[in-house]
Design a protein around this ligand. Sequence first.
Ligand SMILES: *Cc1c(COP(=O)(O)O)cnc(C)c1O
Length: 385
Amino acid sequence: MNRDLQSTMGIYQELGLGQVIVATGNFTELGGSLMPTEVLEAMQDAARSFVSIPALQERAGQVIAEHAGAEAGYVTSGAAAGLVLATAACMTGSDPAAIHQLPDTAGLKNEVLIHKAHSNNYNRMFRLAGATVKELGYSAHRTQPWQLESALTEKTAAIIYVVAQFLLSKSALPLTDVLRIAQDRGVPVIVDAANELPPVENLRKFTDLGADLVIFSGGKDLQGPQPTGIICGRRELVAACALNGAPNHGIGRPMKVGKEEIVGLLAALDRYVQLDHQARIARWEQQVSLILDALADIDGLHLRRVFPDYTGRPVPRAWLTWEENATGLSKPAVLDALANGSPTIRLLEEYGGDGLLIDPTTLLEGQESIIAERLRAIFTSPGTL
Ligand SMILES: *Cc1c(COP(=O)(O)O)cnc(C)c1O
């Protein structure tokens, strides 16, 4: 057993919980991400003294803004909270009466527009702020610019633009078209780019294109504290996010981040922009190759390296699918065998396909061998399941 793995398990073992190998990428349900030492140490330091939270948020905002090439930044309790605050900010601006009034939006601009092709589980965050969600365009056919133009009304508070791997349709307008139309009409665009790191360049990409507010998770590839996220963008809108958020008593008050999380997020960000991202990709390639090579000779099992992923992120992955007739294995049977073994192994179910994906970004060193061995056992002796 890899020493690294053992040392990460102590507290969960004490609590009677088993080890999980996560080959899905960062999922909140599976603990999100693991914080590197620099982040943990910064959080410990932060925990030892009191500090003014507004002053710390102000300073954090400057650091975020620098890294993101934005006018301003803010730390939220996760990207989902960022979506709530960004929506609130676009409805209230800095008007204290409007901030006080939420989630009642009577008399305010209170509609957010989102492409049908972008609608997802996080739509609820916009409604949590009090907004009404209006879908536009088609889910299968290419949406036309007139569809956005005609959907914009005097009630439109913002346009939401989602960039995510789980979106399977390319039928939304390109972001550049959305930004052009929105700017003409003076409507802010909020980009949900929660999971769009790596590449590190994406920290700036959407702001550079002209998005008004851009949202990232702090607890995914950034490896900051799990309950953190980033909002960056235009100064007055970011200020309005802060006014709606803790320690102020707006709708964001229950979504507070502590001093430890704010400082941890900054440490994670500083680390991330200095990481050798090429070396990370090279390590992921090795892990993926090992799995592909180890299983190449199994009858009825088809394997392939997938690169880049759906939104162009530079993450190599192993993709596997199999003939149920040849192997005698259904997909639920394989997932059960992986989940019920020790350690539990979680792979990513392909969005819109039958395959399973092994995402190395959340694998610890050596776990690729454990996955390969387990899959080999499952596919070469299915009778023992
Ligand atoms: C993960 C994710 C979120 C939520 O991020 P948290 O930091 O967990 O709150 C929102 N939107 C998208 C597209 C995501 O992938």
